[in-house]
Design a protein around this ligand. Structure first.
Ligand code: SF4
Ligand code: SF4
Length: 224
């Protein structure tokens, strides 16, 4: 099957080890991707783990500060970074236009100006060159640009989280309204609100949680 080509991209698909012209040199002088983003900076469980580990910021802290909003994707309730009311920018953006949580910024922020593509068997990456205003970007490997070690493990998690969400979306579609709402809230609680054991590695905790759901809905998941 021919793949869909995103019109904002350069038309190519990149693997984790491929070199890509994504290096916009720490976005010096530009904070376009941190402004006016609506509900598009959706967080995943790894982002919450990193917030908690690096800044002691839990889901509840972030909600109390009005830094998070909730959005619905395929029936699943997910947290997103909430733009400020007065400036329509990310609450972590400093007055100097820099990210104040650079070392634990979310996966979506690490990615830009790359995007993820899930059309093939493995996740690939695309370069959204028309969405980035820096015209002097240089080559860097995809994994280096994203900057989460070990690269392959993080890549596998992101792909799995995408697959898991797709599977859960199917479960939610087939459930009654009340049951779907309850399940969606439970997913939010388990993967985001309740937090993670910081003395343990993130991935086994995520995998155990996802496995519990996969086992509970095994019949339906095998048909996805
Ligand atoms: S977390 Fe940092 S990089 Fe991401 S949108 Fe906010 S300020 Fe920008
Ligand atoms: S438009 Fe490009 S240079 Fe500007 S913040 Fe986004 S990725 Fe960085």
């Amino acid at each position: 099957m021919e793949k869909y080509i995103n019109p904002d991209s350069d038309g190519r698909f990149y693997a984790l080890q491929d070199a890509v012209a994504a290096n916009c040199h720490d976005c010096v002088g530009c904070s376009r991707c941190c402004e006016g983003m609506g509900d598009s900076i959706v967080l995943d469980p790894y982002d919450l783990y990193q917030f908690q580990k690096s800044r002691n910021l839990t889901f509840d802290h972030l909600m109390q500060r009005d830094y998070l909003g909730l959005t619905m994707r395929d029936g699943i309730i997910l947290p997103h970074l909430k733009m400020t009311d007065n400036g329509d920018h990310c609450p972590f953006l400093t007055g100097q236009g820099r990210c104040s949580i650079h070392n634990c910024r979310p996966g979506m922020c690490r990615l830009f100006p790359l995007g993820r593509d899930f059309q093939g068997e493995d996740m690939e990456y695309i370069l959204l060159e028309n969405a980035c205003s820096n015209t002097n970007r240089t080559d860097v490997t995809v994994g280096t640009w994203i900057g989460v070690e070990p690269e392959e493990r993080y890549h596998a998690f992101v792909k799995d989280w995408h697959d898991f969400r797709r599977q859960m979306a199917k479960v939610l579609r087939s459930a009654g309204e009340e049951q779907a709402h309850e399940l969606s809230l439970r997913l939010l609680h388990n993967f985001f609100v309740s937090g993670y054991d910081l003395s343990q590695d993130f991935y086994p905790q995520y995998e155990a949680l996802a496995a519990r759901y996969r086992s509970a809905f095994a019949d339906m998941f095998s048909e996805v």
